[in-house]
Design a protein around this ligand. Structure first.
Ligand code: NAD
Ligand code: UDP
Length: 336
């Protein structure tokens, strides 16, 4: 039996493929390469010494999905495929709703036809909106998203929940990621953003490597210890392991389960700059800029539920996250 990993050539997907293969799973990847390079999959093979099968294709394409499910013996799907740029989603809502929502509806419909009813879905802490409690437990009510990307995650959680309620043969695990950073410790795999990065860590590493002049810190007047925004950064290898743990749970028949994947610790933007400098010895020039629209002050998890029910917790600390992000960037300044 194999695991179908949609979006498996992307940042989180490729690291998860490494950990799945290391755990002995057979892995099939479906990715349209709209935001990834197939080279990431070569690196997965190189790092694990194992093979995985790759289908270049789109989750909107029913024919390729049928072909994959007819050809392969798939037991479960880990569904990463989706567009993820917050800013782009504001400009292109139709494309985002179509790709992420229609794509997922097509995927789960084909899964149902082939009687594969186990899915792990990549959700996000963004579904909590401006969170009603800190640290955020899974019981915290979902909130108002500030962009179409966030709404696709929130809506897809609801859609998958309704599907599971209607047919309890479905096992659905919704994983709400906090802020994934870091890279494979070998430096051979990492995040490969197109153009100027929107997220903090890839922006910092590109300043460090000399591609960008200085970091803009979006606001220093939040109600936090140093005025800058606080987030729960999590190493992508820990996140990958969370999927392996969630798969074991899925195999036992979970019904519907929701887990935060975070460390439970919040770091400010300035904390990240200082830790990056400590980890790498490189000074990061920065200026304070106005707040970014849609940003919240503080967002970090309570990750106890995943520890208790999945036996999962984050192991990498912030210095290791900074070290590995930098290690990837400096050895691959142009990405893959
Ligand atoms: P990524 O862009 O690196 O990976 C997504 C992959 O999906 C890419 O390889 C892309 O080519 C592929 N893809 C997109 N649309 C597709 C389609 N229609 N058909 C087939 N493949 C398609 O992003 P990532 O950071 O690895 O994120 C993976 C998932 O986790 C996404 O769903 C994302 O929304 C979610 N997520 C990411 C973060 C984050 O900060 N990185 C946080 C929370 C949730
Ligand atoms: N941030 C920043 N400068 C940047 C990018 C991000 O100051 O160039 C801040 C942002 O305001 C937030 C934190 O860094 O407080 C994390 O932002 P990111 O976009 O990485 O993740 P988010 O939590 O918004 O999904």
């Amino acid at each position: 039996m194999a695991i179908l990993v949609t979006g498996g050539a992307g940042f989180i997907g490729s690291h998860t493929c490494v950990q799945l293969l290391n755990a002995g799973y057979e892995v099939i990847v479906l990715d349209n390469l709209s935001n990834a390079s197939e080279k990431s999959l070569d690196r997965v093979r190189e790092l694990t010494g194992k093979n995985l099968k790759f289908y270049k294709g789109d989750i909107l394409d029913r024919d390729i999905l049928n072909k994959v499910f007819e050809t392969e013996d798939i037991s479960s799907v880990i569904h990463f495929a989706g567009l993820k740029s917050v800013g782009e989603s504001v400009k292109k809502p139709l494309e985002y709703y179509d790709n992420n929502i229609t794509g997922t509806l097509t995927l789960v419909d084909v899964m149902r036809q082939h009687n594969v009813k186990n899915i792990i879905f990549s959700s996000s802490a963004t579904v909590y909106g401006d969170p009603a409690e800190i640290p955020i437990t899974e019981k915290c009510p979902k909130g108002q998203c500030t962009n179409p990307y966030g709404w696709t995650k929130s809506m897809l959680e609801q859609i998958l929940t309704d599907i599971q309620h209607a047919d309890n043969e479905w096992n659905v695990v919704l994983l709400r990621y906090f802020n994934p950073i870091g890279a494979h410790p070998s430096g051979r795999m990492g995040e490969n953003p197109n153009g100027i990065p929107n997220n903090l860590m890839p922006y910092i590493t590109q300043v460090a490597v000399g591609k960008l002049k200085e970091l803009s810190i979006f606001g220093d007047d939040y109600d936090t210890t140093d005025g800058t925004g606080v987030r729960d950064y999590i190493h992508v290898m820990d996140l990958a392991d969370g999927h392996v743990k969630a798969l074991s749970k899925l195999a036992k028949g979970t019904g519907l389960s929701i887990y935060n994947l975070g460390t439970g610790t919040g770091y400010s933007v300035l904390d990240i700059v200082h830790n990056f400098e400590r980890a790498t010895g490189i000074k990061i020039p920065y200026k304070v800029a106005p707040r970014r629209a849609g940003d919240i002050a503080v967002c970090y998890s309570n990750a106890d539920k995943a520890k208790k029910e999945l036996g999962w917790e984050a192991n990498y600390g912030i210095l290791e996250m900074c070290r590995d992000s930098w290690n990837w960037q400096k050895s691959n300044p142009e990405g893959y």
